[in-house]
Design a protein around this ligand. Structure first.
Ligand code: BGC
Length: 257
């Protein structure tokens, strides 16, 4: 068993990857990054991931590979495609990557990977009870983790709120699209997190996604019952969480320390 693993985070706009030290929960290589190919089609994305892992050189040999993706993933098959090509729906995605990479991989939802990373190494480390991570990006991703155990494939970005798909109103992309200042965006977030609290009663909400670096601009504007805090691992959470899920024994040793 190695204490290193490869993590790859596929998003609607970029594909990021690195080799991760699972004891520290840190990247041990540079963060490799390429733009997601136009249209986000399966073959094009797989080709970029193959190139990326090749580019990691001999350090990548023999390491477990975890890949996360913005869709519901049931036993390696992608069941949705909110911000990527519809060709992913119903695709045996894990098998497709394994064929082209010529090695086994672990394939999971992107927000689930980020949630696992924040609970094991980041903002929610050591927190018991119900932790809900939401990532505010192109869409809204969610991870539900109870006493350290992930309940996979929650899709809280697609809660229907006031007749709208929640992420269309409250994701960071909606702030940009509608040119909202922090106060106006915070009003939408307030409504969103009030509904999440009413339905799930979490002990802690962690806010991830690139915009979590600006947490001071919007989290203090929210008045919520549960504690709400910014993610720590930010843009690396998907990479670190995918790697941890790919080498669960090494990651488990770490989290019990
Ligand atoms: C997708 C989720 C994903 C989230 C963040 C949503 O649109 O449905 O599966 O986790 O975006 O990328």
């Amino acid at each position: 068993m190695s204490t290193h693993a490869i993590g790859i985070d596929i998003g609607g706009t970029g594909i990021k990857g690195a080799i991760v030290d699972l004891e520290a929960g840190e990247l041990v290589t540079e963060r490799f990054k390429v733009a997601t190919p136009e249209g986000g089609k399966p073959d094009d994305i797989v080709a970029e991931v193959v190139k990326m892992i090749d580019g990691m050189g001999s350090a990548a040999d023999g390491l477990a590979v975890g890949i996360c993706f913005p869709a519901v993933v049931i036993h390696g098959r992608t069941m949705s495609a909110a911000n990527v090509s519809k060709k992913w729906i119903g695709l045996e995605a894990e098998a497709l990557f394994e064929k082209q990479l010529k090695r086994d991989i672990t394939f999971v939802n992107d927000a689930d990977a980020a949630g696992v990373a924040e609970v094991r190494y980041g903002a929610a480390k050591g927190k018991d009870g119900l932790v809900i991570l939401t990532t505010l990006g192109t869409g809204i991703g969610s991870a539900i983790i109870y006493d350290g155990v992930l309940v996979p494939n929650s899709e809280l970005g697609h809660l229907e709120i006031d007749g709208n798909d929640a992420e269309k109103k409250a994701a960071y992309s909606a702030k940009e699209r509608d040119d909202l200042d922090w106060e106006h965006w915070a009003k939408r977030l307030q409504r969103y997190y009030d509904v999440v609290d009413a339905l799930f009663s979490p002990d802690l909400i962690v806010v991830g996604g690139g915009v979590s670096k600006n947490a001071n601009d919007f989290l203090p504007l929210l008045k919520l019952r549960p504690e709400i805090i910014p993610a720590k691992l930010r843009n690396n959470a998907g990479i670190i969480g995918s790697a941890a899920l790919a080498e669960p024994k090494a990651a488990a040793l770490t989290s019990s320390k």
